[in-house]
Each structure stands twice: as structure tokens, then as C-alpha cells.
Design a binder for this molecule. Structure first.
Ligand SMILES: Nc1ncnc2c1ncn2[C@@H]1O[C@H](COP(=O)(O)OP(=O)(O)O)[C@@H](O)[C@H]1O
Ligand SMILES: [Mg+2]
Length: 308
């Protein structure tokens, strides 16, 4: 399988702040690869280097087989960009936003218009063709930015938090469009701090924290490797939790994890641990047993859960 992007020991400092701490990863052709992390983890910094808005000062970045320091226009023309902040032109209507962007890639007016109309249809924005950008909801704006990212028929699309701030309905619509893109063979790289988005869309995830990659794998592999299969959420106030509970859980082969004021118990055999709760002084009626998921992995790896 071909790698579209290869990063080796990529580092970045902003003054005295070390935003990226020598990360290495590869993005394979045709996959949807997700960077998962809290605010400040270094996701946007990484994306901006890939799409050529930030220089590679440390380490090596190879895009479409070519080592780059600042991704040059010839390679940028193979990439579609959905930046974290929508940067649509408010003075132009929906169609014009796409046409003008197409012009930046050297498309003739007529071709830009044809592509723009096709993309508006693809993203379900046809009835907004002549609307002003400021009249669009957050979800529609996001879909327009995705449409715009496709005007140059990119082979790689980089999406920085494609659905942050959208309501669940709008988010599902964006996911549907991204799945359609992927089925056409476009390679997708996205960042998110939504576990559900990561689980629903991504073939492979890189968990980032404080400028480093902590884990890599498919959503399922991450759950299998980094947490026990069952989780019990203990829904009581922390000061009502019996002393020494974590030790008892550990002695039973499980793990206890406190995240701010929440307590999670992990077990290989969830029902077995459930039956022990009463004896440990934890009222089972205040507990909830469920299979472990990506959120558990994320909380365990990045700890605390204090940000966001
Ligand atoms: N242009 C910049 N100047 C100074 N610090 C920056 C700049 N861009 C990002 N940072 C800092 O670098 C770190 C990583 O930021 P970023 O890559 O935006 O993380 P994320 O996208 O995961 O939230 C943060 O601490 C952020 O404040
Ligand atoms: Mg960011």
C-alpha cells in the first residue's frame, strides 16, 4: 500500500513552547486516518504542515513521495483543505465562493462553474446556490467548506475538526458526505475530539497528547489493546466511595480510573465485577455496566480529562 504522507520525527516550537515533540506517522492511500486529541495536543500544527501553511523545521515530511519543507503549490493542488475555522468569503454567495476558489487552481470560469454546481449537488447545497454565506447555518457552512476543498479534485483531503460546533443532525450529514468521498478512493485525514466521530469514520486513529502520539490503531484495536473489555461507571459522589476500592478492584484483576469527579472500573468479566460491588460497599443501583469504548481508551491514555 502506498503512503500518501510520511512524517518522521516532526517537531515544532513556537518560541519556548514545544507544540510537536518529534512525531512519526504514515497516512496510507485510500484510508481515513484520524488524529484524536484534546485542545492543544498539536493536531492543527500537524495538519498545517501537511497542507503547506507551516514550515517543517524539525524532522522530515514526505508528501506524495516528495520531501517537503513547505508543501509547494504543485503538491498543494493534490490536497483539499478544510481548515479548523471556516474562512469563506462573506462578500460572495455560495456558488461564487467555489468558483473563485477554483480560479486559484487555474480553472477556467466555465469549468469552475461546472465543478462548483456538481459539488453543491454532492453536498446537498443546491438550493443555497445563490445564498449569502452569512445566511447559512454552521452545518451548511461546513459542508460548503468541504465542497470548496474538492474543487481541485484532490487525492488527499485534510479536515481539521470538520464537525466541531455542529448539532448531531448536521454532524451525521457531514459524516455521510465524508463516507461517500472515501468510497470514491479519496484519502482522508481528519482531526477531532469527538470519540464517536473517530469511531464512526476512521479506519485508523493516532491519539495525540501534548505534542506526542500516544497510541495508534483501528478504533477496535485501540479498545482491545488499551483497556479491559468491560466498564462500570460508578455514579456516586467521590466522597461516598469506600476507601481502598481501587486496591480491591486491582486485586480482582480490574482497574479503577478516576476522571475529575467520575469513577470508572474496568474488568475482563464485567458481570463478575458487578457481583462484587455490593461487598465492596458500592451500591450496584448507582452503577452502570457497559462494553468499553474509545472514550475509555482516550481517558486512560490522556488521563485526567481536565481539558475541553
Ligand atoms: N501560531 C502559534 N503561535 C504560538 N503558539 C501556537 C501557535 N499555534 C499553536 N500554538 C500552540 O501550540 C500548541 C498546539 O496547538 P494546536 O496544534 O493548535 O493544537 P490542537 O489543534 O490539537 O488543539 C498549543 O499549545 C497552541 O497554543
Ligand atoms: Mg486544532
Amino acid at each position: 500500500m502506498n503512503n500518501v504522507v510520511i512524517a518522521e520525527n516532526l517537531g515544532k516550537c513556537y518560541g519556548s513552547l514545544r507544540a510537536l515533540n518529534g512525531i512519526s506517522f504514515a497516512i496510507r492511500e485510500g484510508e481515513c486516518c484520524g488524529f484524536l486529541g484534546h485542545n492543544g495536543a498539536g493536531k492543527t500544527t500537524t495538519m498545517r504542515m501537511i497542507y503547506g501553511l507551516s514550515t517543517v523545521d524539525e524532522g522530515r515530511l514526505t508528501i506524495f513521495g516528495r520531501p517537503v519543507r513547505l508543501t509547494p503549490p504543485a503538491i498543494k493542488s493534490l490536497i483539499g483543505i478544510v481548515p479548523q475555522e471556516d474562512n469563506l468569503d462573506p462578500d460572495l454567495n455560495v456558488l461564487e465562493n467555489l468558483e473563485v476558489y477554483g480560479g486559484l487552481f487555474g480553472l477556467r470560469r466555465r469549468e469552475a462553474r461546472e465543478r462548483a454546481r456538481d459539488l453543491l449537488a454532492l453536498m446537498g447545497l443546491e438550493d443555497k446556490t445563490h445564498a449569502k454565506v452569512n445566511e447559512l447555518s454552521g452545518g451548511l457552512k461546513r459542508r460548503l467548506v468541504i465542497a470548496r476543498a474538492l474543487i481541485n479534485r484532490p487525492r488527499l483531503v485534510v479536515l481539521d475538526e470538520p464537525t466541531t460546533g455542529l448539532d448531531p443532525q448536521a454532524r451525521h450529514l457531514v459524516w455521510q458526505k465524508l463516507r461517500a468521498l472515501k468510497s470514491e478512493g479519496v484519502t482522508l485525514v481528519l482531526t477531532t475530539h469527538y470519540m464517536e466521530e473517530a469511531a464512526q469514520l476512521c479506519d485508523r486513529l493516532l491519539v495525540m497528547h501534548e505534542g506526542a502520539i500516544l497510541a495508534e490503531g483501528s478504533p477496535r484495536q485501540l479498545v482491545e489493546r488499551h483497556t479491559l473489555p468491560w466498564a462500570i461507571e460508578v455514579l456516586v459522589l467521590l466522597d461516598a466511595i469506600p476507601a481502598g476500592l481501587a486496591d480491591k478492584v486491582a486485586a480482582a484483576g480490574g482497574e479503577a480510573l478516576q476522571v475529575v469527579d467520575g469513577l470508572f472500573l474496568y474488568a475482563t468479566d464485567g458481570e463478575d465485577m458487578w457481583r462484587r460491588l455490593d461487598g465492596w460497599g458500592v451500591p450496584p443501583h448507582a452503577c452502570f455496566l457497559r462494553p468499553s469504548n474509545l472514550e475509555d481508551v482516550f481517558l486512560k491514555l490522556t488521563g485526567k480529562g481536565e481539558e475541553d
